[in-house]
Write a protein that binds this ligand. Structure first.
Ligand SMILES: [Zn+2]
Length: 176
């Protein structure tokens, strides 16, 4: 069962219990009342515990860097589901880090996962390009994955960059 679905079920159960508790409380024995209260509180705690919490923070620097790239025309306006083919290989990533360092590597990722140490690849999530330009296919992948994980900051950033690409394309198309 996914975490999201689990949360929904727990929340629904808690709501159901809350709606019925007033009616039921009147006819209950004191001991049953106590147990019901424990159940409701337990459900609420469980819902809070399992609610999706963003672990990955938006990297503002990388967002600005991506905006600059798009403004300068360094982007590929390609189709959905092609990121698997366009994504840099682990070897390419390692080579980029060797030549430019982790600070530059970080700029090509929209997310920072603070659970992992600096100067580890695991810390930098949601790559949006191939170290040459921004890929629309990568932004589309980021948008759906961030939505799935509840990382709304990242999702909004991806939507913003997609809109920028869209408007840059229109401007280019309208040039004489
Ligand atoms: Zn692509």
């Amino acid at each position: 069962m996914t975490r999201d679905r689990h949360t929904k079920i727990v929340v629904a159960t808690a709501l159901w219990a809350a709606c019925n508790v007033e009616r039921a409380f009147v006819s209950m024995k004191p001991q049953t009342r106590f147990l019901s209260a424990v159940f409701v509180v337990g459900c609420a705690c469980c819902a809070i515990e399992t609610a999706p919490r963003p672990n990955v923070k938006l990297n503002e620097d990388s967002l600005h860097f991506a905006e600059e790239l798009i403004e300068r025309g360094h982007f590929v306006s390609d189709k959905k589901n092609t990121w698997n083919e366009h994504q840099s290989s682990a070897e390419d990533e390692n080579e980029f880090i060797r030549q430019h360092g982790f600070a530059e590597y970080a700029k090509w990722h929209l997310g920072i996962d603070a659970r992992h140490a600096e100067n580890t690849k695991a810390r930098y999530k949601f790559p949006y390009g191939d170290f040459k330009g921004v890929h629309r296919c990568a932004l589309l992948a980021i948008k759906s994955r961030a939505h799935q994980y509840g990382d709304s900051e990242i999702e909004n950033a991806a939507v913003h960059l997609l809109e920028m690409i869209q408007s840059e394309k229109k401007q280019t198309a309208s040039l004489p």
